[in-house]
Design a protein around this ligand. Structure first.
Ligand SMILES: Nc1ncnc2c1ncn2[C@@H]1O[C@H](COP(=O)(O)OP(=O)(O)OP(=O)(O)O)[C@@H](O)[C@H]1O
Length: 233
């Protein structure tokens, strides 16, 4: 398993936001993280990426107990696009490339992969929401990560942007990468995920193959069934 989170907990003040999150991701598979607003998806991803400390439970990456060094093999986009508006897309990616110690060749490659090649030399402040998301994805893909973690990668994208992200996720998995992404879009999860983890009120209420969550293909009904009565407090 590339990711193994077992009964992970996290409080904010007195509030127990994650109460027992179990999440695994198989090598080379796409895992979709689903759940209602406030279920704890972003918090879970932030714990996984070492941006928040867990208050209980276990986190393992690449078959070993979590260590910061593992993050060299992880590419992530979790806080939405963060970049300098006065720099071009290419300069922004190049800046990150220097930070993570990746050669200049990877910059153009990452921009091409996300479909920003033609706009790479425009200032990022003039980018549309979709282009900004793609810039964040390009930054996540620098360094040829084995594991890609994306928080709501389709947020704010128009239908063609949504489709591009879907194709990108598929391509990443085809290249042998492991992908974990959160989404509100059931249809997107159905279209690209091999496995699904469903959170509700800080707990895992389903984890397994997509086909086991919705054997009849009706993901929406299955989703409402597993999350029923567990709205976030
Ligand atoms: N830094 C924080 N301080 C206090 N409470 C927080 C903090 N971060 C998140 N929370 C709370 O934790 C709960 C889970 O938030 P989280 O963002 O993980 O949920 P989510 O499933 O990603 O939701 P959404 O789908 O709306 O993005 C929410 O009720 C949120 O208000």
């Amino acid at each position: 398993m590339v990711i193994e989170m077992l009964q992970v907990g996290r409080r904010f003040g007195r509030r127990q936001v994650l109460q027992g999150v179990d999440l695994t991701a198989r090598e080379g598979a796409v895992t979709g993280l689903l759940g209602p607003n406030g279920a704890g998806k972003s918090t879970t991803l932030r714990v996984l990426l070492g941006l928040l400390r867990p208050h209980g439970g276990q986190v393992r990456l690449f078959g070993e107990p979590w260590r910061r060094e593992h993050l060299a093999r992880v590419g992530a986009s979790v806080d939405g696009p963060s970049f300098y508006g006065h720099l071009t897309g290419r300069q922004n990616v190049a800046l990150h490339a220097r930070l993570v110690g990746v050669g200049a060749a990877a910059v153009g490659e990452a921009l091409e992969t996300v479909g920003l090649g033609a706009a790479a030399d425009q200032r990022a402040s003039g980018y549309s929401t979709g282009m900004r998301s793609r810039l964040a994805l390009a930054i996540a893909l620098l360094g040829d990560p084995d594991l890609v973690v994306l928080d709501e990668p389709q947020n704010g994208l128009d239908p063609s942007g949504v489709r591009e992200v879907r194709e990108l996720v598929r391509r990443l998995a085809r290249d042998g990468r492991t992908v974990l992404f959160s989404s509100h879009l059931l249809s997107e999860v159905a279209a690209v995920a091999d496995d699904v983890t469903c959170l509700a009120a800080g707990r895992t209420v389903f984890a397994g193959p997509l086909s086991a969550l919705a054997p009849d293909g009706d993901l929406e009904s299955a989703y409402f069934q597993v999350t029923a009565g567990r709205a976030a407090r």
